[in-house]
Design a protein around this ligand. Structure first.
Ligand code: ADP
Ligand code: MG
Ligand code: MG
Length: 914
């Protein structure tokens, strides 16, 4: 029994009437069965075609086979109902057109187009001119009086059908086509004469037979069914699956299939095809924007074979068509109340619309269009808040390339690893970057590497941009540059980087050290030569206006992670309402400090350790003063020393090499003795698993003098700033607490030092002592911990590591396998795992507030800048999120969207409870 028959039998048994699904929706003759709201059923394209038909726009008629049919096909069901409905719709189309599919003197030809609920560019190629065969092509040639056009259409069909339906790929066809073009001595497709095109067709058909063992199908209906099923199957091809995974689209949705009467843009010089936008999608400027080609079909415009013309040119050559197109697209924009991205074809001077949808746009354009549309009365301010995706605001914080009026030669396209633009002279090692930066040889530098490692950090710091030929979106280069807010193109496989010879070879050019290139980290392009850049514009008037709508509606406060005054200044510029995480260890890595830090660590007794700490104290104090001054009366959360101590020491292998070298060359040097002592201490400190070793509050418990020094630096700085008229608000944060006892131990020291300092200085400041919750045990006992802790900040990086038992630094070894197997939908270190880690956060918040109703709760870490995670934090009622300065705008917008959504749908019923 087939699945369908079985379903029916089961339905019968249960007393349910048989399936009443409508599988096929017709559009044409001025009305459509469906409409624009039916994206779930008809897919985006089908819904758009229905809506345009209903609006009386010139759309070639046809029908949409809905997504249910795709889901049933994927289950292997034999769907007689769908087949029957399709034939009825086809007959209706034939009657309406007065034609028969692939038959008679005036054969009907159709396109077969995929179209899912969410647009998935490149998922499946459209098949055009379906219905043509050896007879129909002659009829078409005769009727159109244009044999070149007829044969061109036929050879296109065989090529597309072979590629898409028969899975033969494009290469074989292209080779044949190119060889005939060469034989005929022509450059462009449309220059081939009918006889030459006939030769192409013969060769194409031979190729089909050779590769598939069967002839190219001549029966039009057989072509149609095969094409339809290929569209269904394309839902599960690798390209489509990857795209869905990246864009978080459900696998079970399925795609619709649109079958539509053909109109021809390749009929001659009075015909053409094009694409466009109702406004400029790059800048948002309110100007009609698009490209077209005369005597062309389908994807010719975007294929790059011929250079398309700007749409303004159409105004000159076909003013009436142009005006018609303008008025239609303007109407569509008003109707959908959003930027429209449309496709059209002109057949013999008559305009047809083939597609319209809400257009994709850059962040700059999104903001500008949202503001303009509010001004034009198309949308409300509240709607405008949702017209920009939180991540898009990043575009305002990074420089960009000036492309207008420039000749752009794209050398390679890699991954858009970190947005922004960089134009500079290339160097091939971190040392060279530092050297040529410091001696001023190059003003702006682009560091080019196969891939980067932690040793390249200094070079990355001075470079304006990074280009790597290997590595993905989570490679070292990508992660580090995103943190720095610096442009990076990663994994540009076409770039051959020879670090030894200091050469970059790409597209046949060889670039040497000092040569100029331009990078666009927003799109991943590597561009030849020295383009100009526009600086970042956090004070862009459009942005300022937009944020003035965003900020008043959000409830969540947004703080920044900033370790030094420079970052704090940037954070304030981008709207930080405090510092949520100041990592004090970052202050110890500076050149003038690491020495004292090492002495402190190497000390094998408390006295020596205290001496070294004394040297560090004034430096820390000065840093804190800078932070308090910059942040004025906004809260500043300072975390005590957290990382394992070995991070401050040279690596064991490095020492071994140095020692071996000295033993050979200068065996008597006192330096050798020093190195040996260092090595001994490094070996002593060596841990099998430093992530779970002597770090966090364990440092301050094992060596209380460290906590004492840091607390002293903090309170002395605060009082100093206060005495000078400032108003510092200090939160002291103890890392990696797992129990109330640990918390009490450290809190006692901090409070004791505070009262000592206040007494010495004769002045005091208000402060809180709290903790990072980053261990499951801390979350589970949060009610107890809150007896001592006055605030919680969830360190969701470590909490994710310890909840999953996955090391963040090692996840790349298996993340791809996990994504492929569908175990992870995304990297849990990038987007908070709401079901597990999120539950701990929610539970600990509730428990903590139970003990201490005034408990302030926030999160810090990567998740603080991820829109989905920010929305979650809003939902569970946290007080703030803290993120890197470059993520502040994103977090502000995500928080506002969460608040508006909540007003519309009511608060989450789980809010604050567990
Ligand atoms: P995509 O989803 O990749 O944009 P489409 O289904 O929109 O694919 O088809 C791509 C192009 O094919 C269209 O922009 C249009 O130029 C051409 N096309 C599709 N259907 C027809 C048709 N019925 N008549 C003429 N051209 C068509
Ligand atoms: Mg399209
Ligand atoms: Mg941590």
């Amino acid at each position: 029994m087939t699945q369908g028959a079985m379903d029916q039998a089961l339905a019968g048994q249960a007393g349910i009437t048989s399936n009443t699904t409508k599988y096929v929706y017709f559009f044409g003759g001025g009305a459509a069965d469906g409409n624009g709201r039916m994206k779930d059923v008809l897919g985006g394209k089908g819904a758009g075609l229905a809506e345009m038909t209903n609006a009386g726009l010139p759309v070639p008629p046809g029908f949409t086979i809905q997504t249910d049919a795709c889901r049933e096909y994927m289950r292997g069901a034999d769907n007689a109902d769908m087949n029957a409905e399709m034939l009825i719709a086809l007959e209706r189309l034939e009657r309406l057109q007065g034609q028969k599919l692939g038959h008679g003197e005036n054969p009907l030809l159709v396109s077969v187009r995929s179209g899912a609920k969410f647009s998935m560019p490149g998922m499946m190629d459209t098949i055009l001119n379906l219905g043509l065969n050896d007879q129909a092509v002659e009829a078409l040639a005769k009727r159109s009086g244009n044999p070149r056009f007829a044969y061109d259409s036929y050879r296109r069909l065989i090529q597309m059908f072979g590629d898409v339906v028969l899975d033969m790929g494009k290469k074989g066809f292209e080779a044949i086509f190119d060889s005939v073009k060469e034989r005929e001595g022509v450059k462009f497709d449309y220059e081939l004469q009918p006889q030459a095109l006939k030769d192409v067709i013969v060769e194409y058909k031979k190729l089909v037979k050779k590769e598939t063992g069967k002839d190219f199908p001549q029966a039009p209906l057989e072509q149609l069914v095969a094409a339809r099923d290929a569209v269904f199957r394309s839902w599960n091809n690798d390209r489509a699956k990857t795209y869905r995974r990246i864009n978080h689209i459900d696998d079970w949705l399925g795609t619709a299939v649109n079958v539509q009467a053909m109109v021809f843009g390749n009929l001659g010089e009075n015909s053409g095809t094009g694409v466009g936008f109702t406004r400029n999608p790059a800048t948002g400027e309110h100007v009609f924007f698009g490209e077209y080609l005369m005597n062309a079909q389908g994807e010719d415009v975007v294929s790059g074979v011929r250079t398309p013309l700007p749409i303004s040119e159409l105004e000159r050559v076909m003013p009436r068509v142009y005006e018609h197109l303008r008025s239609i697209t303007w109407k569509m924009e008003k109707h959908y109340r959003d930027l429209q991205d449309f496709e059209f074809t002109i057949q013999d001077g008559k305009l047809y619309m083939l597609q319209t949808r809400n257009g994709k746009r850059t962040g700059l354009a999104a903001v500008r269009i949202a503001i303009d549309m509010v001004r034009e009365g198309l949308i409300t301010q509240e709607e405008a808040i949702f017209r920009v995706e939180p991540n898009q605001l990043y575009d305002f914080l990074v420089p960009r390339l000036v492309e207008k009026g420039e000749k752009i030669e794209v050398l390679a396209t890699g991954l858009p690893a970190s947005p922004g633009a960089a134009v500079g002279q290339i160097v091939f090692s971190a040392e060279d970057a530092v050297k040529y930066h410091n001696n001023g040889t190059y003003r702006t530098i682009i560091l080019v590497r196969g891939e980067t490692t932690p040793e390249d950090i200094a070079g990355m710091e001075v470079a304006a941009g990074i280009l790597t030929s290997r590595g993905g979106m989570t490679s070292h280069a990508a992660v580090v540059t995103r943190g720095m807010g610096k442009c990076c193109v990663a994994g540009a496989g076409d770039c051959v980087v020879n670090e030894a010879k200091k050469e970059l070879t790409v597209k046949g050019h060889t670039y040497k050290q000092g040569d100029w290139i331009s990078l666009d980290g927003t799109t991943g392009r590597v561009i030849a030569g020295q383009l100009k850049t526009l600086p970042a514009q956090p004070d862009d008037p459009d942005l300022v206006k937009f944020m003035s709508w965003v900020d008043p509606v959000r409830r969540l406060k947004i703080r920044a992670n900033a370790d030094v005054p420079r970052d704090a200044k940037q954070a304030r510029l981008f709207g930080a309402e405090g510092i949520g995480l100041c990592r004090t260890e970052h202050m110890f890595f500076a050149e003038d400090r690491i020495g004292h830090m090492r002495t402190m660590i190497l000390a094998d007794n408390e006295k020596d350790r205290r001496e070294a700490l004394k040297a560090l104290l004034p430096m820390q104090r000065a840093d804190f003063e800078g932070l308090f001054e910059t942040m004025e009366s906004l809260p500043v959360t300072i975390r005590l020393l957290d990382p394992p101590l070995h991070e401050f020491l040279p690596q064991r292998e490095e020492l071994l090499v140095q020692i071996a070298r000295l033993e050979e060359t200068k065996p008597r040097s006192p330096k050798l003795k020093e190195l040996r002592t260092l090595l001994a201490r490094v070996q002593e400190l060596h841990e099998v698993n430093p992530m779970l070793g002597l770090r966090g509050c364990r440092l301050g418990i094992a060596f209380p003098e460290i906590t004492e020094m840091q607390a002293r630096a903090i309170f002395e700085a605060a009082v100093n700033v206060k005495v000078k008229g400032g108003d510092p608000h200090v939160d002291v944060m103890v890392p990696l607490i797992g129990s109330i006892e640990e918390m009490r131990n450290q809190a006692t020291i901090i409070r004791r030092i505070a009262s000592e300092v206040f007494k010495e200085k004769g002045s005091s400041v208000e402060f809180l002592v709290g903790t990072m919750i980053e261990l499951p045990r801390a979350a589970l006992t949060a009610d107890q911990i809150a007896e001592e802790a006055e605030f919680f900040s969830f360190g969701t990086n470590d909490l994710t590591q310890t909840t999953f038992g996955i090391s963040r630094d090692d996840i790349n070894h298996f993340l791809p396998a996990y994504m492929k197997a569908g175990i992870f939908k995304h990297d849990p270190f990038a987007t908070l795992d709401q079901a597990g880690v999120g539950l701990l956060v929610k539970m600990a918040t509730a428990k903590g507030r139970n003990t201490r109703p005034t408990l302030q709760v926030g999160i810090c870490g990567e998740h603080g800048g991820d829109p989905e995670s920010v929305k979650f934090c809003h939902k569970i009622g946290l007080n703030y999120v803290s993120c890197s300065p470059f993520r502040l705008l994103t977090a502000r917008l995500a928080a506002a969207q969460a608040a508006v959504q909540e007003m519309q749908t009511g608060p989450d019923i789980h809010n604050g409870t567990c």
